[in-house]
Ligand binder design. Structure first.
Ligand code: FAD
Length: 439
């Protein structure tokens, strides 16, 4: 272990843990500080009434290259992710199922096979993909997704059931406010790429178990300490090294610090650095969007036609059948991304409307025996056109940022967080002269 360099990582979400694994692999002396008792941050387990739930139902994509590589490195069994070919199923309205063929035929055949689409819909979808391919998925200026849909003359059906839903699901931002450029990147690396990249991966275990626990085992076995329930209040610089207010080893000093918290926790941590005033302003200017997950427990015989379906005409946008992913039969998770009229509703009203959406699929369904509504008010930043995201390097030497909000072609996702963690770690390695180890 290189003992002359000591690295502190603040935050044990997916970004902080990715950075910790990368630096530990390189043989550096790393310490992780996590405010909560549970690792995982915005992708973590929550215990409620005997259920182990996630703070929000997540899906990953086959295009999450770095996340999947990290899971393989940590020897996470691939069966912990239920892998489904790209499918959009809106009961009674649309079924679009990718064929088991190389790109772009997997999608072309899906469009051809879908009985609900007219030729006008199919041509419009191909027009959008062709438009993006022609500019190599790089727009000459950024503008809202709704404008991209106007420019490529998307039909009302495609807008309602496909593009708007994919935009809100991926960018957590309504199409009228969402960045067409980031949406183009998402389409390039998912449905526009190989059939494997467009696969939808639903965790079969909770989100803390999926990666954080496995990362914790690896880190522990390799001498990296993780302090949980240990909020850091402030980072200070003294004679070219860093001290952390809140560090249980009060006199410890660190050669490098990676701040891997959510963006809204950065400013107070770095308030002492006058040279970071501009950066703090940039991060504080990010606007945030909520995500609500509604869990409904029904009789164990209740099962959806697919592990994940889309809902139209309800505040709930997607329904997940936990029975088909985690084995919790009869348990459904409804997802409501981004802000909208539901933001004003009480939890009881949200649970009722979610139940009504399920009842529309199963007439005369009894009320759920248990429900839980979890709203993350600042789930992700609003991914708007021309948004400015900070770089991992800061004006303070050896102080770095990691997190889903850091500069990336992707919206705030697990993959963006993992990539940002790895990037920050590689910046540290560059300054210490260690070579990143091949995965
Ligand atoms: C409800 C919901 C649904 C989502 N759905 C999806 C999805 O389907 N697919 C997808 O890819 N992404 C999804 N996301 C986004 C994804 O969860 C995030 O992008 C990702 O988890 C962010 O990871 P992070 O490490 O950057 O930040 P965080 O997860 O926020 O981690 C930061 C960590 O820092 C800790 N911390 C903060 N302050 C301090 C301090 N002072 N001292 C010590 N520790 C501190 C926090 O406790 C936290 O553990 C969803 C997010 C939410 C909330």
């Amino acid at each position: 272990m290189n003992q002359s360099k000591r690295i502190a990582i603040i935050g044990a979400g997916y970004a902080g843990l990715s950075a910790a694994v990368e630096l530990t692999r390189a043989g550096l002396d790393v310490t992780v500080f996590e405010a909560s008792r549970v690792m995982g941050g915005r992708a973590r387990v929550v215990e409620k009434d005997g259920y182990r739930l996630d703070n929000g139902q997540h899906i990953l994509l086959g295009a999450y290259t770095e996340t999947l590589k990290l899971l393989r490195f940590l020897k996470v069994n691939p069966k912990r992710l239920l892998s489904l070919p790209f499918v959009l199923h809106v009961p009674g309205r649309l079924t679009l199922r990718a064929a088991n063929l190389p790109a772009p035929f997997h999608l072309a055949v899906a469009l051809l096979r879908s009985k609900e689409l007219t030729w006008a819909d199919r041509f419009a979808a191909l027009r959008l993909i062709r438009f993006l391919k022609k500019c190599d998925y790089t727009l000459n200026a950024d503008y809202p997704v709704s404008e991209l849909l106007d420019r490529t003359r998307q039909t009302p059906l495609l807008r309602e059931l496909m593009w708007n839903q994919l935009c809100v699901a991926a960018l957590n931002t309504p199409p009228e406010q969402a960045s067409a450029q980031v949406f183009a990147h998402v389409l390039r690396d998912s449905v526009g790429a190989s059939a494997t990249a467009s696969e939808m991966l639903i965790p079969r275990v909770d989100l803390t178990e999926l990666l954080p626990v496995q990362a914790g085992i690896y880190l522990g076995m390799n001498g990296t300490v993780i302090h949980t329930a240990c909020p850091i209040k402030r980072v200070r610089e003294e004679n070219g090294v860093f001290a952390l207010e809140g560090d249980p080893a009060g006199t410890s000093r660190y050669s490098h610090v990676i701040v891997a918290t959510a963006p809204y926790h950065v400013s107070s941590l770095l308030g002492d650095f006058a040279e970071l005033t501009y950066l703090r302003g940039q991060i504080d200017a990010l606007v945030h969007e909520p995500i609500t997950t509604v869990y409904l427990a029904y009789d164990e015989h209740l099962s959806l036609p697919e592990p994940m379906i889309q809902i139209s005409g309800s505040i709930v946008q997607w329904l997940f059948d936990k029975g088909q992913s985690t084995g919790e039969k009869g348990l459904l998770a409804g997802v409501i991304s981004a802000s909208g009229p539901h933001t004003e509703l009480s939890r009881e009203e949200i649970a009722l409307q979610a139940h009504q959406a399920v009842e529309a699929l199963f007439p005369r369904l009894k009320a759920p025996r248990w429900s839980q509504v979890i709203t993350e008010r600042r789930a992700t930043f609003a991914c708007r056109p021309g948004i400015i995201r900070p770089l991992p390097i800061t004006p303070v030497k050896n102080l770095f940022l990691a997190g889903d909000y850091v500069d990336s072609p992707y919206p705030a996702t697990i993959e963006a967080a993992v990539c940002a963690g790895l990037n920050a770690a590689r910046q540290v390695l560059r300054t210490t002269g260690e070579d990143p180890k091949p995965a």
